[in-house]
Design a protein around this ligand. Structure first.
Ligand SMILES: NC(=O)c1ccc[n+]([C@@H]2O[C@H](COP(=O)([O-])OP(=O)(O)OC[C@H]3O[C@@H](n4cnc5c(N)ncnc54)[C@H](OP(=O)(O)O)[C@@H]3O)[C@@H](O)[C@H]2O)c1
Length: 340
């Protein structure tokens, strides 16, 4: 039993950017289970404006003041990637549970630090990989895991759009840990991880924007065989240069799964059988708002149950994905040879 059993979970919002607004609007759709009680920004004026926009009782002009608020159960860290580690650490050290936007941090070493801190303090921590809380994607994973479609052989996943914004935008800014891989590639890597786990080999490729960050990247991944399947493969692509389909497909020896718009799927096609013996089943789901209510409810559920991590986005998978992102980046930006 936890202290959150019978009350609404009290949320604090850290930062006032785009996704902070979207999630705050979705929190308002769950008034029986959650309440946003405070917002913190590097600027008091922005925090006050955000609080006025969303009827939030308290506004702070620093992240530290938000973290110190004793009337908050969980902080949603929605700052730019480069800030995730510092802000999440600040909140954990102040005794708060934390939901941190994707990617959890900018490297596997940082992710490990944060997870170790949460574990040692007995506090909840989750990477806000909302996609993994969607019922359709969960059903797809169950079907493959149960062997309903035969042995898994290959997964493809892609996400990208032709970005036409300013060079100073966070997506292209190296100082804000910009680039396609950490921002967009994290979704295909998580999508593949859900079905195949961590790759043993990664062969990556990428091209750079004029700011020096990668703006288009692809990789071929290989996975060792297990007791239940032979070795398998995956291919992933992300791009800030082209409108790629937001698609995830899982090819198995006796069927397949296809999710268009896999970040927020409302429809999934399960194909059972091959050739003339194929049977297609289409499954649908619905949500209200921006699609983040599944993730919010999962956080609330974990806090009520006293769980430190979500079984839908477990620390093990966040770490495996972080290591894969490291390797993908390393394949494009090899370290300088210290001998030279
Ligand atoms: N789950 C999803 O669907 C989804 C969608 C979009 C983005 N995201 C993730 O959410 C995070 C934020 O993305 P966003 O699109 O909301 O970005 P954004 O609109 O640029 O907002 C980011 C906020 O971060 C804060 N911040 C802290 N340190 C900063 C720094 N050094 N430079 C600039 N801003 C800084 C700022 O808030 P204050 O000025 O108030 O302090 C800023 O408003 C990213 O990690 C991204 O990957 C997730």
């Amino acid at each position: 039993m936890s202290r959150h059993d019978h009350t609404r979970i009290r949320w604090g919002i850290l930062s006032t950017g785009h996704i902070a607004s979207v999630l705050t609007r979705d929190l308002a759709l769950l008034p029986d289970e959650a309440a946003v009680v405070a917002v913190g920004s590097r600027s008091l004026a922005k925090a006050e404006q955000f609080a006025a926009d969303y009827q939030i009782p308290r506004a702070y002009g620093s992240y530290a003041e938000l973290a110190a608020d004793p009337e908050i159960d969980v902080v949603y860290v929605a700052s730019t990637h480069n800030d995730h580690l510092a802000s999440a650490r600040l909140c954990l050290e102040a005794g708060k549970a934390v939901l941190v936007e994707k990617p959890l941090t900018v490297s596997a070493a940082e992710a490990e630090d944060l997870i170790t801190l949460a574990g040692s303090r007995g506090l909840f921590l989750m990477e806000a990989l909302w996609t993994r809380t969607n019922p359709l994607l969960r059903r797809a994973a169950e079907a493959v895991e149960a062997g309903e479609l035969g042995a898994i052989r290959h997964v493809t996943a892609s996400f990208g759009f032709a970005f036409r914004g300013e060079k100073t935008h966070r997506l292209l800014d190296p100082d804000q840990a910009g680039g396609a891989i950490l921002d967009l590639g994290v979704y295909p890597v998580h999508g593949v991880n859900l079905f195949l786990g961590e790759p043993d080999e990664l062969y990556g490729f990428g091209t750079l924007a004029s700011t020096g960050v990668e703006s288009h990247a692809a990789a071929l991944l290989t996975f060792p065989g297990t007791e239940f399947r032979p070795p398998a493969t995956a291919s992933i692509v992300c791009s800030l240069e082209a409108d790629l389909p937001t698609r995830l497909e899982v090819q198995c020896s006796d069927g397949s799964v296809r999710l268009d718009n896999f970040l927020l799927p409302d429809e999934m096609t399960l194909v059972r059988g091959i050739g003339d013996h194929r049977e297609e089943e289409t499954l649908v789901t619905q949500w209200s708002g921006g699609g983040y209510t599944f993730e919010i409810s999962e956080v609330n559920r974990c806090l009520r149950a006293g769980e430190l991590e979500s079984s839908l986005v477990p620390w093990r998978d966040t770490l495996a994905v972080a290591r894969t992102l490291d390797r993908w980046l390393l394949s494009i930006f090899p370290p300088l040879d210290p001998e030279l």
